[in-house]
Design a protein around this ligand. Structure first.
Ligand SMILES: Nc1ncnc2c1ncn2[C@@H]1O[C@H](COP(=O)(O)OP(=O)(O)OP(=O)(O)O)[C@@H](O)[C@H]1O
Length: 270
């Protein structure tokens, strides 16, 4: 494993205003599926700790096990070996303090934006007493003017904003992001990356993001984890101590990109 620091400063520094997020501990995780009667080892010996308020991005070859790792963190599945905990408590199922946002916004088409965002509170019997949290979440993602609109009337970027609001209404301590911007056009994606930084800074959650986009990982994250081919192991860990707001033309970020490309086996392309 290679550790790199962009500057001689600690990873958690300027631009990370809140430490309200959770600490996540992934301890010696291995995971094996069964596919057509044969074992399929997907993750092997993954250990990782996220400090409160960190933004960690995971990159790795297609099919190496990134989404599987996120599902384990979300408590949607359990590792074959190893353990995970958040703030010292074992992860033993889904929890409102740990929310996953997927590539597809998966909004209910028959519900308005407001009532899609309200879902988490409704499910926990908290909607009546906390209605204002739905409005706050919509405001936070820039959808305050669209509460009565239906999902079919939204653009891709707006739908993904609504999906983020639906997660944020629960005030998560850990936001798990599985390629949340993967289906957006490149311009909307850039705008949404900036929005994500703003949301992270304001809401103060810890973030764990899977992306295929090296630029996105570098622009957003305080630390980038590079996984190997399946079964995925941690191949490298690259700390990105550049302060926020970040500038895409920053030569330090270009240097980090080169380094990460090398870890992904694409060094000669750059
Ligand atoms: N429920 C399952 N049962 C059997 N095999 C599975 C299951 N879920 C995932 N897999 C297999 O595990 C491997 C890793 O899948 P995963 O979706 O975690 O990879 P990924 O790195 O997120 O992929 P991509 O980058 O293409 O999205 C794949 O070979 C996939 O076929």
């Amino acid at each position: 494993m290679v550790a790199h620091t962009a500057e001689s400063e600690p990873a958690l520094q300027a631009g990370i205003p809140s430490q309200r997020g959770a600490a996540l501990s992934i301890h010696e995780i291995s995971h094996c599926f069964e596919l057509e009667g044969r074992p399929l080892p997907v993750l092997e010996g993954i250990s990782l700790r996220l400090e409160p308020g960190e933004f960690v991005a995971i990159l790795g070859p297609s099919g190496c096990g990134k989404s599987t790792l996120l599902r384990l963190v979300a408590g949607l599945d359990f590792p074959t070996i190893g353990r995970l905990s958040m703030d010292g408590r074992a992860i033993d199922g889904p929890d409102a303090s740990r929310i996953i946002v997927f590539q597809d916004a998966t909004l209910y088409p028959w519900r308005t934006v407001w009532s899609n965002v309200a879902l988490g509170l409704e499910a926990r019997g908290l909607l009546r007493s906390h209605r204002e949290r739905v409005d706050d979440a919509l405001r936070l993602v820039g959808l305050a003017g669209f509460p009565t609109v239906y999902p079919r009337q939204l653009s891709g970027g707006m739908a993904q904003r609504a999906a983020l609001a639906r997660a944020l209404v629960n005030d998560p301590k850990l936001l798990i992001l599985d390629e949340p911007l993967g289906q957006l056009d490149s311009l909307t994606r850039i705008i949404m990356q900036e929005e994500l930084v703003r949301l992270w800074q304001r809401a103060g959650f810890t973030a764990l993001l899977v992306t295929h986009d090296v630029e996105e990982a570098i622009f957003l994250a305080t630390r980038v984890i590079v996984l190997s081919d399946r079964p995925a192991r941690i191949r490298a860990e690259v700390v990105n101590a550049r302060p926020y707001p970040r500038h895409r033309g920053d030569p330090h970020l270009a240097e980090l990109r080169r380094e990460i490309m090398g870890h992904l086996g694409l060094a000669e392309t750059w």
